[in-house]
Design a protein around this ligand. Structure first.
Ligand code: PLP
Length: 404
C-alpha cells in the first residue's frame, strides 16, 4: 500500500486551507496537482540551462536540447513507442487532436466517414466536425447505453470501407468509463480505418502501450499527470506522421526554405514549428518519472479503493444518482441529487474547502443523453484519501439539507 502521508507531503498545495477549511481536491479530471519535484524542475531549467533548442552550437543550447530530447526518450519508453520521432511535443490533447484532424483534410472526400463516440470530450468532437465541414465527409456517432458504455454492436455496424478514421477516448472524462479500445482498434483496422485514441483521462491512471494497442495516434496532456500546463504528447505511427502534412509552418519544421519552395524537416521536427514550451517538455519527463516512482499498480489500487468507497458512501444519500455505472470504470464519480442543480451543491461545498467540478465537463452530448444540465464530478487521484471522501459526503449531505 502507498504511504499516503509521505506522498501528500510531495504536493505543497494539498496542505493549504481554502475558505478556511483544509483543501479537499477532487478535481483531478480537470487537472492534477504538482509535486515539489516538478515545481523545482521548472525553476532549475530557467536557473541553469535556459536556451533555445536545436539551434545554437553554444553549450547551453546543447544542454537544453539534450534535456528536451532526453525527455522525449523517457516518454517514448513510458508509452512504448517504437521510435522517439513518433513522439511529438504539443501544447496538450486539444492541440494533438487538431493537428491530426487538420492533416486528415488531405485524405478525405465527400462520402467518407469519421467515427466518433457519444462519450467524447468537446475537443474530440469539434475538430472532426470542422474537418467534415471542410471536406464533405460525414460524422457518425457510436452510441452509448444508460450505464455510459459504448454499444459495441452498433460500433461494429457503423464500420465500413467508408470509415477513414475512428476517434475515441480511452477513458471518459465525464463518467469514467474505460472503453474497449483494443477491440475497437482491431476492428477499425479490418476496414482500413485509422484510429486516434484520446488518452487524456487514461494516462493519469495507467501506462498505455501504444505498440500493443496498435493505435495509429494516441494523445494526452501533461497537466493531468502531475506535469505543467501547456504540455502534451501526440504519438503517431511513423508511416502516418510521414503521410500527414505539417500543421504549422515556421522555424524548426523546415529543411530548406527559398521563396520558390520549402522542404520540410524530418520527424519529429516537421510538426514542431517555432520555439516550443522547452521547460514544459523537459519537466513533463520529470512528472512521468515521478508517477513511475509511485508505480501505476499502486496508483490503480489506491484509486479503485477510493472509487469503491466513494460510490458506497455517496449512495447512502437519498435521492442521489450516479451517472456512469460502467463495469470498467476509473476513479470518477459523476452524480446529481434529485431536484437540486449541481451548481448549487458545488458552490456550497466549495465554501467547505472541497473542489469538485460541476457542469457539463466539456461533454454536452453526454448530458443531453441523460437529459440533465450537468453533474457534480468528483475525480480522485492517488494522493486522495478516504477521510477526504468522508468530508465530501458530509458536505454534500449538508448542502442537500440547505437546498431542499
Ligand atoms: C482534458 C481532456 C481533453 C482536453 O485536454 P486539454 O489539456 O484541455 O487540451 C480532451 N479529452 C479528454 C478526455 C480530457 O479529459
Amino acid at each position: 500500500m502507498l504511504d499516503l502521508q509521505k506522498i501528500r507531503a510531495d504536493f505543497p498545495i494539498l496542505s493549504q486551507t481554502v475558505n478556511g477549511k483544509p483543501l479537499v481536491y477532487f478535481d483531478n479530471g480537470a487537472t492534477s496537482q504538482k509535486p515539489q519535484i516538478v515545481i523545482d524542475a521548472i525553476a532549475t531549467y530557467y536557473q541553469e540551462i535556459n536556451a533555445n533548442i536545436h539551434r545554437g552550437v553554444h553549450t547551453l543550447s546543447r544542454l537544453a536540447t539534450d534535456a528536451y530530447e532526453e525527455s522525449r526518450g523517457k516518454i517514448q519508453n513510458h508509452i512504448n513507442a517504437k521510435l522517439a520521432c513518433e513522439v511529438l511535443f504539443t501544447s496538450g490533447t486539444t492541440h494533438g487532436i487538431n493537428l491530426v484532424a487538420h492533416g486528415f483534410a488531405s485524405f478525405l472526400k465527400p462520402g467518407d466517414e469519421v467515427l466518433v463516440s457519444a462519450l467524447e470530450h468537446h475537443s474530440n468532437i469539434v475538430p472532426w466536425q470542422m474537418l467534415c465541414e471542410k471536406t464533405g465527409a460525414t460524422l457518425r456517432v457510436i452510441p452509448m447505453n444508460e450505464n455510459g458504455e459504448l454499444i459495441i454492436d452498433e460500433f461494429d455496424k457503423l464500420l465500413s470501407e467508408k470509415t477513414k478514421i475512428v476517434t475515441v477516448n480511452h477513458i471518459s472524462n465525464a463518467l469514467g468509463t474505460i472503453n474497449p479500445i483494443a477491440y475497437m482498434i482491431d476492428k477499425a483496422h479490418q476496414v482500413g480505418a485509422a484510429v486516434l485514441i484520446d488518452g487524456a483521462q487514461a494516462v493519469p491512471h495507467l501506462k498505455p502501450d501504444v505498440q500493443a494497442l496498435d493505435c495509429d495516434f494516441y494523445v494526452f496532456s501533461g497537466h493531468k499527470i502531475c506535469g505543467p500546463t501547456g504540455t502534451g504528447i501526440l504519438y503517431g505511427k511513423e508511416e502516418w506522421l510521414n503521410k500527414l502534412p505539417p500543421y504549422q509552418g515556421g522555424g524548426e519544421m523546415i529543411k530548406e526554405v527559398t521563396f520558390e519552395k520549402t522542404t520540410y524537416a524530418d520527424l519529429p521536427h516537421k510538426f514542431e514549428a517555432g520555439t516550443p514550451n522547452i521547460a514544459g517538455g523537459i519537466v513533463l519527463g520529470t512528472a512521468i518519472d515521478y508517477m513511475n516512482s509511485i508505480g501505476f499498480d499502486n496508483i490503480q489500487e489506491q484509486e479503485l479503493a477510493l472509487l469503491d468507497y466513494a460510490t458506497k458512501r455517496l449512495l447512502e444519500i437519498d435521492g442521489l444518482k450516479i451517472f456512469g455505472t460502467a463495469k470498467a470504470k476509473t476513479s470518477v464519480v459523476s452524480f446529481n441529487i434529485e431536484g437540486i442543480h449541481p451548481y448549487d451543491i458545488g458552490t456550497i461545498i466549495d465554501k467547505l474547502g472541497i473542489a469538485v467540478r460541476t457542469g457539463h465537463h466539456c461533454a454536452q452530448p453526454i448530458m443531453n443523453f441523460f437529459n440533465i444540465p450537468g453533474t457534480i464530478r468528483a475525480s480522485f487521484a492517488f494522493y486522495n484519501t478516504k477521510e477526504e471522501i468522508d468530508v465530501m459526503v458530509e458536505a454534500v449531505k449538508k448542502a442537500k439539507m440547505m437546498l431542499s
